[in-house]
Every structure is written in structure tokens, then in C-alpha cells.
Design a protein around this ligand. Structure first.
Ligand code: BG6
Length: 299
């Protein structure tokens, strides 16, 4: 598969002042969306990966590792990786890559729309989709309209029902992980991935003083990240999802992962809009499922 030509994409799909294509310093082609309200998002064609979302009032909302590159074949740490068509380990073949095949695969530009609310539609490369061992196809729609709205649309192209788990694995930037609170999930059951998958509940909003890796089930439509240090609240609203993953690797896992940069774990928290844990989607032949995260920063 040949690398996309940024100038050619810009000629075909660029929208003056709203959507532009260029080669990023991270080593791959990115689309930059600019909304009339001054919000800007960048999306890499490798992985269909949202790398950045900034608004004039809140600044950069997402976290991206200073070590991130688009040309290594490895998943980018930060932004919004697309986990598809399975979340976490493959359900039956542990040798398959964690979080599926989409986050390192090429995506092609399908369409763009101009401002004031620019939009980019990407399709996962068909060969990569087939390499997942499923008959599923995927499109990603990114829109800037007062919020960053990301929709992952999965279609069953096969003749038999198909199983799907997925996530928009958003990494949010925080002033200090020890100072933020994740709210909205109080009292909801979660699978504690750090305690043999036991089901638990907590009555309190989440605060971080160590590694956290939880798959919340029956999660509400909006989860918030309150950050007094940055004077902002991030609202993560969603549709097509009954589960939310909350993750911070803390010191030891961050050291094992090796790609967060110095103290990176202190500057990020993942609140992932998901179909994970017991939230498995079964798609009939020809059916589609849309998983949407709508991210807004309130100052
Ligand atoms: C989270 C999982 O969604 O992703 C964690 O809950 C996992 O268990 C994390 O460690 C990062 O995964 P990866 O494959 O990007 O290192």
C-alpha cells in the first residue's frame, strides 16, 4: 500500500479554512480541522487516530506522548486510538494484537465537509479489516461542532452474525493525575482488571493514587473529568455504548510500557467510550453499529 500523498488529498478533499492535509512532523499524513469558533483537531490517517483537539478557551484537551511517531508500525500512545474489532485481548487468540488491528492500520479519506462545523470521514483499509479475521468494515467520522464528535461506524459485510467489541480510547490531558476527579460512575458496577476481573462498585467519584484499570458496565451517557489545576471540566458524552473504561498506568506500568515519556502518567487519564466487558455488540448481516464520543471542555 503506497503512502498517501498529502498534496493530492488536499486538492481533492481540502476545504479552505476548514480542512487541510499535510505531512506531520510525527512522520505521517494528518488532516487538520478548523471550526469557525477556533477549535482545531488533527487526525492521522495512520490509525484513524485523533492526535489533538484544542479550543481557544480550554487549550489542548487531549494528551499525546512526546515520544509519539506515526511511522513506526506501533500504536501511538495518546490522542484517541481506535480499538477495533476487539477491545483488550482477542477473545480466543491471545497472540493477536491487543485492542485489534485498526489503530496501526492505514485509513483512507472518504469525504470531508466544510465549516462552520468541519467534518472528516475515513474508512479503514479493506485489507486491514480483513486481516482482523472478521467480515466487519469500519468508518470513522470526526466533526467539530462546539465539541469534538468522533463516531466509529461498524458494518457487518458478511453473511453470518458477527461479534464486536471496540473503544475510542481517549487520553485526556490533566494538570496532575493526583488532583483530578472522574465523576458520573459512582455506584455503577465495574470489572476491576487489576483484581482478577472481580465485579465491584464504589460510591465515590474516582480519585487516583495508584494504577486504575476498570471497565464500567451500565455506564451513564456522560462522564466528567474535573481538573481544578487547569480550571476546566471535560465532559465525555456518548452514544451506542454501555461501557466506559477508566485507566491510568501509574509508575510501574508506565515504566513497563516505556512510551509515555518522563512523568507522562501524571499528565493523562483515559476515559474510554467503549463496547467492552459484557457490552458486546452482535451485528446481524448488513447491520451497522455506531459508537460515538462527544468531547467538550468547559472552562
Ligand atoms: C486500556 C486497558 O484500555 O488500555 C489497559 O484497560 C491497557 O489494560 C491500556 O493497559 C493500554 O493498552 P495498550 O495496548 O495501548 O498498551
Amino acid at each position: 500500500m503506497t503512502a498517501p500523498d498529502a498534496a493530492d488529498l488536499d486538492r481533492r478533499f481540502g476545504r479552505p479554512g476548514a480542512v487541510a492535509f499535510a505531512v506531520s512532523t510525527l512522520g505521517g499524513v494528518v488532516a487538520t480541522l478548523t471550526a469557525a469558533d477556533g477549535a482545531v483537531a488533527t487526525v492521522a490517517l495512520t490509525g484513524g487516530h485523533v492526535l489533538s483537539y484544542a479550543t481557544p478557551a480550554a487549550g489542548e484537551v487531549l494528551w499525546l506522548s512526546p515520544l509519539a511517531r506515526l511511522d513506526t508500525g506501533r500504536a501511538v500512545r495518546g490522542g484517541i486510538p481506535v480499538c477495533w474489532p476487539w477491545f483488550g485481548a482477542h477473545p480466543s487468540e491471545p497472540a493477536r494484537p491487543a485492542h485489534g488491528v485498526a489503530r496501526t492500520a492505514p485509513w483512507q479519506v472518504v469525504a470531508t465537509a466544510p465549516g462552520p462545523a468541519p467534518r472528516l470521514v475515513l474508512a479503514l483499509d479493506q485489507q486491514a479489516a480483513r486481516a482482523s479475521g472478521t467480515d466487519l468494515s469500519a468508518q470513522l467520522e470526526v466533526t467539530l461542532a462546539g465539541a469534538l464528535e468522533v463516531s466509529l461506524v461498524t458494518r457487518n459485510e458478511g453473511a453470518a452474525p458477527a461479534r464486536l467489541t471496540a473503544a475510542l480510547h481517549s487520553y485526556f490531558g490533566v494538570s496532575d493525575i493526583g488532583a483530578v476527579t472522574v465523576g458520573g460512575l459512582e455506584g455503577r458496577p465495574f470489572i476491576d482488571q487489576l483484581d482478577a476481573g472481580r465485579s465491584k462498585r464504589s460510591a465515590e467519584p474516582i480519585r487516583f493514587a495508584g494504577e486504575v484499570d476498570r471497565i464500567y458496565q451500565e455506564s451513564p451517557d456522560t462522564v466528567t473529568i474535573d481538573d481544578p489545576g487547569l480550571g476546566r471540566r471535560i465532559e465525555v458524552a456518548k452514544r451506542g455504548s454501555a461501557s466506559t473504561v477508566v485507566w491510568n498506568p501509574w509508575v510501574d506500568k508506565a515504566a513497563r510500557l516505556g512510551d509515555l515519556g518522563p512523568d507522562g502518567f501524571r499528565r493523562m487519564v483515559c476515559v474510554e467510550t467503549a463496547n467492552a466487558g459484557g457490552d458486546v455488540v452482535t451485528l446481524a448481516p448488513g447491520a451497522t453499529h455506531t459508537l460515538t464520543a462527544s468531547i467538550r471542555a468547559v472552562t
